[in-house]
Design a protein around this ligand. Structure first.
Ligand SMILES: Cc1cc2nc3c(=O)[nH]c(=O)nc-3n(C[C@H](O)[C@H](O)[C@H](O)COP(=O)(O)O)c2cc1C
Length: 203
């Protein structure tokens, strides 16, 4: 059953965008910035993180977060976790690299493990996130049929973000046929991503 998502009247809503592309001015980043601009037009306060500029180490699998509630590692992931906890909207972006998200994005996703508390008998984990959060995963890739070809990535993130972390609302979009020297914003496929983003940002 979905958990209740009702922002308080007069509260400013927040969005955190996390770019998993190593190219800070690349196509994934350009699309994330378009969505961030759309959010700002709707009065949403935004933050933007480029993982390539941050020090986010691999999860060590130490399980400290299961007994002590927090990650034992003190690196830039603390900022990302804090921003996710404070935000109603989480926007994740990654290009497809070798058939998956980038290593930067996967490393960040592994560290979200600290947001899972041990579950009770019926569930292995329960989320430490407050209810009412919405998430969007935006991907770009070179293959023209990438939206179909890489759908399994979206399914995998659905399990992580909705089934485990209990985000209330999950939107995802893959823009295919994107070459590095192109401006993705001028491609017809960008329109579909922005329409999806508009649905994501409409509470
Ligand atoms: C190392 C590497 C691996 C890639 N692997 C794939 C792939 O498996 N499938 C695909 O469709 N595109 C692949 N691409 C193309 C990128 O996903 C595509 O150009 C993307 O839009 C780049 O995003 P960016 O501008 O944010 O860097 C790859 C690009 C690089 C650099």
């Amino acid at each position: 059953m979905p958990r209740k998502a009702v922002p308080g009247i007069g509260c400013i809503m927040k969005l955190v965008a996390v770019n998993g592309s190593p190219r800070k001015d690349g196509n994934t980043s350009a699309m994330l910035k378009e969505i961030v601009a759309l959010a700002e037009k709707k009065g949403i306060e935004t933050k933007f993180y480029n993982l390539v500029d941050m020090h986010v180490a691999d999860c060590k699998g130490c399980q400290n977060c299961k007994t002590n509630q927090t990650c034992a590692q003190r690196d830039d992931m603390s900022q990302v976790i804090e921003a996710i906890q404070e935000s109603e909207f989480v926007l994740l972006g990654s290009p497809v690299y070798m058939g998956d998200e980038t290593g930067l994005m996967k490393c960040m996703a592994d560290r979200l493990y600290c947001l899972l508390a041990p579950g009770d008998g019926s569930k292995e984990f329960k989320t430490r996130l407050a209810p009412g959060k919405r998430v969007m995963l935006l991907m770009t890739c070179g293959m023209a049929n990438g939206d179909k070809l890489y759908n399994y990535i979206l399914t995998r993130y659905f399990r992580l973000l909705v089934k485990l972390l209990e985000f209330d609302d999950y939107h995802s979009y893959i823009i295919g046929g994107v070459e590095p020297n192109m401006d993705v914003r001028k491609m017809v496929q960008a329109k579909g991503a922005l329409e999806e983003a508009d649905r994501y940002l409409t509470v």
